[in-house]
Design a protein around this ligand. Structure first.
Ligand code: DCP
Ligand code: MG
Ligand code: MN
Length: 340
């Protein structure tokens, strides 16, 4: 359909292909963007190059396999000559905000503030002229490491070290790797770990997060704290930080959540996610007159009109995931299928 003239493609829809490539370049590498949509722009560029008649409307393009409604809408924007999405989003500010939001602990609002204060690059932020929290400074220092995805086998290796340290503290410790890893993804943004201790009530009140982190620091696995529990010895404690397998490995984000033994099943559901699945399961529970959180499934929860809880209600299920699915009358959903 098209021929190469040395400078590039020359088909009738080449300019549309270039527009899609601009969108692709704009979004690529921006964490938090839907990577499926981004690849869609890349594929759309290829499709535009294969079509040997001129495309004149979005709805005409919609009939081409691989062009869905949102790509057709982009085509209409391009054809109208109006300042479409790419124009508005391809600004220096948008690019800087996308860049700064990749720093651990920097949200959209703060990224915008940094732009308004004059920052234009990661190196600008490293000059010390901008105020950053201790956690953000670590995020900046480890910028390249932390924005990289963690391959599945490396998550597993980190987990195995943490598991053996935890079980050395007490062989009644239960420990699992959670988050995107448990959902079967090939790579993860961080390593999420859930722990509890089986035993008498009295025992389970002594959380092990403090001793575990001490040991992991001594081993050299844990290198930085980002968020530490208010009470290190509470049965429910959350630690967030950074660690690495060795000095030749990248620094990786690690989250460790410890919960009382009786909450195991509810915490498994919560920490497996994904976040959207959790939201829909919680909403479903509420419609059935229950309340679901990381501790358990409750009935008789009293709420204000705006949804804020007045009473916890009575615990219905929490020990296993299956107990909670059963109590809600839901069919078992394997972790690999827990997406919206
Ligand atoms: N979670 C949640 N709501 C949040 C944050 C987290 O329900 N606001 C739950 C669901 C997540 C799990 O905790 O799946 C782990 O959180 P992560 O942020 O580590 O997300 P994932 O592990 O799912 O993905 P990633 O690979 O990006 O770490
Ligand atoms: Mg995770
Ligand atoms: Mn996490």
């Amino acid at each position: 359909a098209q021929k190469m003239d040395g400078k590039g493609y020359t088909g009738p829809n080449e300019w549309l292909a270039k527009k899609f490539e601009e969108l692709y370049d704009l979004y690529q590498g921006q964490v938090g963007k839907n990577s499926f949509a981004i690849r869609g722009y890349q594929r759309a560029a290829g499709i535009m190059r294969r079509i040997d008649y001129p495309i004149t409307t979005g709805s005409q393009a919609r009939a081409i396999p691989g062009i869905g409604q949102s790509l057709a809408d982009r085509i209409d924007e391009f054809l109208s000559g109006a300042q479409g999405r790419a124009f508005y989003e391809n600004t220096e500010q948008a690019r800087c905000v996308a860049l700064f939001k990749d720093i651990y602990g920097v949200g959209r609002q703060h990224a915008n503030d940094l732009y308004r204060l004059g920052a234009r690059s990661i190196d600008d932020l490293r000059t010390g002229r901008y105020s950053l929290t201790a956690g953000q400074m670590i995020g900046l220092q480890l910028y390249d490491d932390l924005k990289a995805r963690i391959p599945r086998n490396e998550c597993k290796d980190i987990f195995e070290i943490i598991r053996s340290e935890a079980q050395a503290i007490d062989d009644k410790v239960w420990i699992e790797i959670m988050g995107s890893y448990r959902r079967g993804q090939d790579s993860s943004g961080d390593v999420d770990i859930l722990i509890t201790r089986e035993g008498e009530e009295g025992d389970s009140k002594k959380g092990i997060v403090k001793e575990l982190i001490q040991r992991l620091k001594k081993k050299g696995l844990v290198t930085h704290d980002l968020g530490t529990p208010t009470d290190w010895s509470a049965p429910e404690a959350k630690w967030m930080g950074v660690g690495r397998l060795s000095t030749v490995h990248k620094h990786r984000r690690i989250d460790i959540l410890s919960i009382p033994f009786e909450n195991w099943g509810a915490a498994l559901i919560y920490f497996t996610g994904n976040e959207v699945f959790n939201r829909s399961m919680r909403l479903y529970a509420r419609k059935q007159g229950f309340g679901l959180n990381q501790r358990g499934l409750y009935k008789g929860v009293m709420r204000e009109k705006d949804g804020t809880k007045l009473t916890e209600g009575e615990l219905v299920a929490s020990r296993t995931e299956q107990d909670i699915f059963d109590a809600l009358g839901l069919r078992w959903r394997h972790p690999h299928h827990r997406r919206p």
